[in-house]
Design a protein around this ligand. Structure first.
Ligand code: SF4
Ligand code: SF4
Length: 255
C-alpha cells in the first residue's frame, strides 16, 4: 500500500512551507538545522506508526547497530550536507573534526570515478555500526527501512565479492514519505534560487567541512556549490520539482 496522493501532496506542501519560511527569513544555519531535526523527528514518528500498523507476517527489521545499508553511496540535498557539516563543527573537538575530515576525504577519493553500483565501502559517518550524525542524517537514510536484515547483509556480502547485489525488501511507505518531504524541500530551495540537486554525500561533505563559511555562503548566494549527480542520469532538482508539482497539482510558482 502506497501513500494516498492527497496525503503525499499535503506532505510536500508542508515540507515546502516549513523550509520556505526558513529561507524567507535569511536561511540561517541554526534555522536550517532545526528544520532538519524536525524533519527527521517527523520521519521517525511516521516510521514508528508504520511499524505499528504492519500486517501479521510483515515487519521492519531495522534496529540500532544494524548498518549494512550504510555501505551504499548516499545522495543528499546540498542543504542537508551543510546542516551535517554545521552539526559536526559544533559537536566535535578540532582534533576529532580533522580526523573525521580525513576519513570523509578518504571515502570520497575511494569512490571517485567508480560507478555507484560497484561501491561497497562504509559511509565515513559510520562509527561502531552507528550513524554519528543520526539526528540530522539525510532524509534518504531516515526513510530507508527494510523488512529483512538477512537480505541487507546478503546484498552487502554479494557486492563485497564483486557480484550483483540482492533485492532489498524496502518499506515503500517510509521511502515515499521521505521522498515527499525531500520534494517539498526541493521546491522551496528552487523557488528561492538555491541549489537543490542530489549530490554525493562524501565529496560534498568534505568540501563543506573544509570550508564551512565559504560553501555555506556560496550556497546562500545561489551558486552551484557542490557537483550534482545529474551526469549519472539523475534529473536536475528543478526539473524534478516542476514535473512533480504538475503531477501533484501544486500550482504556486516553481521557478
Ligand atoms: S535497512 Fe537493512 S541494514 Fe539498514 S538498519 Fe534496516 S535491516 Fe539493517
Ligand atoms: S549518513 Fe548515517 S545513516 Fe546515512 S549512510 Fe551514513 S552512517 Fe548511515
Amino acid at each position: 500500500m502506497g501513500l494516498h496522493p492527497e496525503g503525499a501532496r499535503r506532505m510536500v506542501e508542508l515540507a515546502r512551507r516549513n523550509l520556505g519560511e526558513v529561507l524567507d527569513a535569511g536561511a540561517e544555519i541554526t534555522a536550517l538545522s532545526a528544520n532538519a531535526l524536525s524533519r527527521n523527528e517527523a520521519q521517525d514518528h511516521y516510521n514508528a506508526a508504520i511499524r505499528g500498523m504492519m500486517a501479521p507476517g510483515e515487519r521492519i527489521a531495522c534496529a540500532p547497530g544494524c548498518a549494512a545499508c550504510c555501505h551504499n553511496t548516499v545522495l543528499a540535498a546540498p542543504a542537508e550536507v551543510l546542516v551535517i557539516a554545521a552539526w559536526l563543527r559544533a559537536s566535535l573537538e578540532p582534533g576529532a573534526h580533522a580526523a573525521l575530515l580525513d576519513r570523509v576525504r578518504g571515502a570520497a577519493e575511494r569512490d571517485r570515478g567508480r560507478p555507484v553500483r560497484g561501491r561497497v565501502g562504509p559511509c565515513p559517518l559510520l562509527a561502531g555500526r552507528r550513524c554519528t550524525v543520526y539526528p540530522v542524517r539525510p532524509g534518504a537514510c531516515a526513510g530507508h527501512l527494510s523488512g529483512s536484515r538477512t537480505a541487507c547483509e546478503g546484498d552487502l556480502d554479494k557486492r563485497r565479492r564483486g557480484l550483483p547485489g540482492k533485492p532489498i525488501p524496502i518499506v515503500p511507505e517510509s521511502a515515499e514519505i521521505a521522498a515527499a518531504m525531500r520534494l517539498g524541500a526541493d521546491l522551496a530551495a528552487v523557488e528561492h534560487g538555491l541549489q537543490a540537486d542530489d549530490v554525493e554525500l562524501a565529496p560534498a561533505l568534505a568540501a563543506a567541512m573544509a570550508d564551512f563559511e565559504g560553501t555555506f555562503e556560496a550556497w546562500r548566494a545561489g551558486r552551484e556549490v557542490f557537483a550534482p549527480v545529474a551526469s549519472e542520469g539523475q534529473p536536475r532538482a528543478a526539473d524534478r520539482a516542476r514535473a512533480a508539482a504538475r503531477t501533484l497539482g501544486i500550482t504556486a510558482p516553481v521557478r
